[in-house]
Design a protein around this ligand. Structure first.
Ligand code: SAM
Length: 225
């Protein structure tokens, strides 16, 4: 059974999609998408040998070799125009790593119409990247599983302008204000306050002063939202 986290990612894959799952590890997500007749074809990309081998093994075990191709490659280098991939999923990494994977091979996104991204931390950098690169947020989900909070961002081509607040919190998530969302940001504010208290004891260098100002700004931003 797939985790709630990956099931949420899967729920945004359009029926009939050709999917590339980048950083696929065991290829659980592509296997699920094929078994449930959501994707017609999938590529599982992995840059590390061990996880790549797990993916190959899993695909074989499930008898899906005809529909899932596993490739050992860095990021989007796992896909080629002849694959006709139209949907990309990248899950279980930090936002900055996800952005660097996209940024490193922008030309390989030409035929792609949907990105489903699940950053473990720093979703903010994905929203910033999307805004600057002609992608708009179609939907966002925040969920909790095993005491961890995850965000899933669904992007399609389009223009959007987000405020600083919306970049940090996510406009859909902010509108919805779910219990998990509130919990996440209460926790963040607590962390920021803890850091503030600890640097109050420190000698005031320019760096400390800047950090203090940044934290106070973030707290005010989130509390005011
Ligand atoms: N996507 C799966 C999930 O969400 O459960 C696996 C997440 S796992 C924490 C991250 C995987 O991404 C690792 O297997 C790692 O080897 C792979 N990875 C990291 N950077 C990558 C890159 N540039 N290209 C392809 N895979 C990458």
């Amino acid at each position: 059974k797939l985790s709630k986290r990956l099931e949420t990612v899967a729920s945004f894959v359009p029926t009939g999609a050709v999917v590339a799952d980048i950083g696929s590890d065991h290829a659980y997500l592509p296997c699920y998408l094929i078994h449930h007749n959501i994707a017609t074809k999938a590529i599982a990309g992995e840059v590390v040998k061990g996880p790549y081998e797990s993916a190959v093994r899993q695909v074989k075990l499930e008898g899906l070799e005809e529909k899932i191709t596993v490739r050992l490659a860095d990021g989007l280098k796992a896909i080629d125009p002849s694959d006709h991939v139209n949907t990309i999923t990248i899950a279980g990494m930090g936002g900055p790593l996800i952005v660097s994977i996209l940024e490193n091979d922008l030309n390989r996104l030409k035929n792609v119409t949907r990105l489903i991204l699940q950053p473990n931390i720093h979703a903010k950098v994905i929203r910033e990247w999307a805004m600057q690169n002609g992608w708009a947020i179609l939907d966002e989900v925040i969920l909790e599983e095993d005491e961890k909070i995850y965000e899933v961002l669904v992007l399609q081509r389009g223009d959007m302008t987000l405020s600083e607040e919306q970049i940090l919190l996510g406009q859909h998530l902010l509108n919805e204000r779910s219990e998990v969302f509130v919990k996440k940001w209460i926790r963040e504010i607590e962390n920021w306050r803890r850091v503030l208290t600890s640097i109050e004891q420190a000698e005031v260098t320019q760096e400390i002063a800047a950090k203090r100002e940044e934290l106070q700004h973030l707290i005010a931003l989130v509390e005011g939202a």
